[in-house]
Write a protein that binds this ligand. Structure first.
Ligand code: ATP
Ligand code: ZN
Length: 286
């Protein structure tokens, strides 16, 4: 086989589905038989390895894989010689310290001398050090949230997204120590041939992300409102304006940021826009 990028993704867990979806959106296809640990893409020089997320930074450092998709929390915790080359925007969560709900908490100094259970000793250790707190870090690999109720620790430091797991375990979140999302990590250096493939992949990822973050918008506007509406729509260069068959009206097309979308729609309506259509964008190359 010609040179191919080796990309490590989580075998099964909270990153798997979105990682595979993103790869597919980049137009890269492969057979993903159940239980398969390795597969080769048909239409792109890439090979995929399916691994536990915790092992991915180490494998990328050692060159077993060239790239990997992991939570930023894992990328930083493992402290390997890898670089974060792209933030991927999914699996957003935070790493927080939580204490039993019934316990009073008046600030981080209350953690002095306490036992804190976590699977993230480095991230927690760095945070405590930065805040001049001396606590005992008790490293455990799973089910961290039950540690206080079984008498193993006074507090926990764990991943939180909605907070419902903390709630059902009688805990309250008191400090957020790290905010995470999925990231793509890479070996510090790859061969020139692989660097070329990596560039192609990053180009596709960019196009997919820009598309996901934008909407295509089409609307009708009376001639007299056209100028005002154009000023509200930045577009990629400038909006397209096409006359409708009915005189005195135009159809205006443009691209709007997902983040600004609702605000812009309101302004467009107020300016006299009608028949507004909003369409998803699959890929966007600027
Ligand atoms: P593995 O079996 O591969 O070791 P795991 O159990 O360690 O998996 P997951 O629970 O699948 O890991 O979480 C993987 C990553 O997804 C985490 O490191 C974190 O970045 C992110 N994550 C974890 N929990 C959530 C959540 N509730 N919401 C969003 N993202 C999360
Ligand atoms: Zn894991």
């Amino acid at each position: 086989m010609k040179e191919a990028l080796r990309i490590a993704v989580q075998k099964s867990g909270r990153l798997s589905e979105n990682s595979l979806k993103l790869i597919k959106e980049c137009g890269i296809h492969f057979d993903n038989g159940i239980g398969k640990l390795r597969t080769v893409a048909y239409n792109f020089p890439a090979e995929f390895l399916f691994l536990r997320d915790d092992d991915i930074p180490g494998y990328v450092q050692d060159g077993v894989a060239d790239l990997g998709i992991v939570g930023e929390n894992v990328a930083v915790e493992k402290d390997r010689n890898v670089r974060i080359i792209k933030r991927l925007g999914f699996s957003k969560c935070r790493l927080s310290i939580a204490v039993p709900r019934t316990r009073s908490y008046n600030g981080i100094q209350d953690l002095n001398g306490k036992n804190i259970a976590t699977s993230y000793p480095k991230l927690l250790g760095d945070y405590l050090k930065e805040h001049h707190i001396s606590a005992n870090i008790h490293e455990i690999s799973g089910s961290v949230e039950i540690a206080p109720s079984i008498g193993l620790s006074d507090a926990v430091c764990d991943i939180v997204s909605s907070g419902s797991t903390l709630l059902t375990n009688g805990l309250k979140e008191v400090e957020t120590i790290f905010r995470s999302e999925a990231v793509m990590i890479a070996r510090p250096e790859v061969s020139a041939a692989k660097e070329k493939i990596l560039k192609q992949l990053l180009f596709r990822l960019d196009a997919v992300q820009k598309g996901n973050n934008s909407k295509y918008i089409l609307l009708n506007a009376p001639q007299e409102a056209t100028e005002k509406i154009i000023s509200l729509l930045p577009g990629m260069r400038s909006p397209t304006v096409l006359p409708l068959a009915m005189g005195g009206w135009n159809s205006i097309h443009s691209v709007v940021d997902e983040d600004r979308f609702w605000e812009v729609i309101e302004q467009l309506k107020d300016a006299g826009a009608e028949g507004i259509l909003v369409v998803p964008i699959e890929k966007m190359i600027v």
